[in-house]
Write a protein that binds this ligand. Structure first.
Ligand code: FCB
Length: 459
């Protein structure tokens, strides 16, 4: 079995171009962003250091030695950026709240200037017909909390709920949609076991304790959001991959199942009331987290939607020498993006159908999906990102298929509105529909953005 021929996509037949009318008239069409990746203004208006500032200041951690200190300067340029979103024809916009703007670890009260910024931003969205979707945590933990143990400490759960309380009190009259966490896998496993994201730790036990506290903080924040926001819609966004075994051999199939236990069921099972998967608990042994009585009930709080972030499928091989589970992800075959990620649009419809079937989580939203290519600005100022445009078109065709199959998917947020600080890759990786010239901060619509605009106009 070769790797991705079972995902028609890269080399499969060209789908019929999707039309906006293929989706319901109340379908949400957005772009997603995150605070640290675009805002800049790292020391403005009382913002304190985040774990990503500290990580980026550590030599060797970010491939181009950069940081989010300036990024897209969205903190100052947000009106023009939201204009772009409106002009594309979006009806929703996903952004995240920078916790270091809200809580400085010293004052008893939240930082008024930080809250004021998001207040203005939200008003700006509403003025432009963009439904605000706020993410409370997209990885920029205040460094002062990391210094006290970070997400491995139970106190961080309380601190998160306090921040969620302050933010939803202030914005809850205008923001109805709340995502507690973006991609707990990345926060926990990449940041604390694989170590190539902040805070850069490499201990599985720490990572699984972090994952538990992140999930617990989700469960404890949702009731607070509901108390502060009339008619709140609250959920969480997970990064998920459809999986394939490297071969039909039983050991590869078993390795895929072990990987799935940690990558997928470890997060979804507790969120939907099933606790941590027994087999995976046994496999991780002493690295299993401390779970106190009542935690699992809290984590299984009812939610209003599930956010799914989809980028690519993974092929898993048995490898006893690899990782805690003896499972290794094979390098992709076939079409890949500049990130080295496989292009497999069918993976999106497959994944959405699986999550719906396995957990019946209610409405699904694709809260991120996008691609990275080495864009070039041509002499006439255009960015002819043919591959990204094709990626977007084919993923929307796959989304249409999911809708046609009856999967209750209600919205799509392209990652990302703007090129931005791509974590450990710095500014070397461009995911935007809109090109950013970091020297001048000039924005230019790429051809993919123009295609999205045409699609949204229903032409
Ligand atoms: C996701 C992250 C997002 C961005 C994309 C490319 O995992 O949520 O911030 O980095 O990948």
């Amino acid at each position: 079995m070769t790797t991705y021929d079972i995902f028609p996509g890269a080399d499969g037949p060209e789908p019929q171009a999707p039309q906006r009318a293929d989706f319901g008239s109340d379908f949400l069409w957005g772009c997603a962003t995150s605070s640290y990746q675009i805002e800049g203004a790292g020391t403005v208006d009382g913002r304190v250091e985040s774990i990503w500032d500290r990580f980026a200041a550590t030599p060797g951690r970010i491939r181009d030695g950069s940081s989010g200190a300036v990024a897209c300067d969205h903190y100052h340029r947000w009106p023009a950026d939201l204009d772009i979103g409106r002009d594309l024809g979006l009806n929703a916009y996903r952004f995240s709240i920078a916790w270091p703007r809200i809580c400085d670890g010293v004052s008893e009260t939240p930082n008024a200037k930080g809250l004021d910024f998001y207040d203005r931003l939200v008003d700006g969205m509403l003025e432009r017909g963009l439904q605000p979707w706020a993410t409370l945590y997209h990885w920029d933990l205040p460094q002062w909390l990391q210094d006290r143990g970070g997400w491995a400490s139970r106190d961080t759960v309380d601190a998160f709920v306090d921040m969620a309380d302050a933010v939803t009190r202030r914005l809850g009259d205008r923001v109805g949609h709340w995502i507690t966490h973006n991609e707990p896998w990345c926060t926990s496993i990449i940041g604390n076991y694989e170590g190539w994201h902040a805070p850069g730790l490499t201990d599985l036990g720490t990572a699984l304790q972090v994952a538990h506290h992140v999930l617990l903080s989700h469960g404890r924040a949702v009731p607070v959001i509901r108390a502060n926001v009339p008619g709140a819609q609250a959920g969480i966004s997970l990064s998920l991959h459809p999986l394939r075994p490297a071969s039909a051999a039983p050991e590869d199939v078993a390795a895929m199942d072990r990987h799935d236990g940690l990558r997928y069921r470890w997060f979804l099972d507790p969120l939907y009331g099933r606790g941590y998967p027994e087999a995976t608990l046994a496999q991780v042994g002493k690295a299993a987290p401390v779970v106190l009585p009542g935690d699992l009930d809290d984590i299984a709080v009812p939610t209003d939607f599930l956010g799914v972030n989809y980028y690519f499928p993974e092929t898993v091989a048995h490898d006893p020498d690899h990782g805690p589970l003896g499972a290794r992800i094979l390098p992709p075959q076939g079409e890949i993006t500049a990130m080295g990620w496989p292009v497999a649009p069918q993976g999106l419809s497959e994944l959405l159908a699986r999550v719906d079937r396995d957990y019946r989580p209610g409405p699904l939203y694709v809260t991120e999906n996008g691609s990275c290519y080495d864009d070039v600005v041509t002499g006439d100022g255009a960015v002819r990102d043919v591959e990204r445009r094709r990626y977007l078109m084919r993923h929307l065709a796959a989304l249409r298929q999911a809708v046609a199959e009856g999967v209750p998917v209600k919205g799509y947020f392209a990652w990302s509105l703007l090129d931005n600080f791509e974590w450990a890759e710095g500014y070397l990786r461009r995911f935007g529909l809109v090109h950013v010239d970091y020297a001048t901060q000039e924005r230019r619509l790429k051809d993919s953005a123009k295609w999205y605009r045409t699609f949204l106009r229903g032409l």
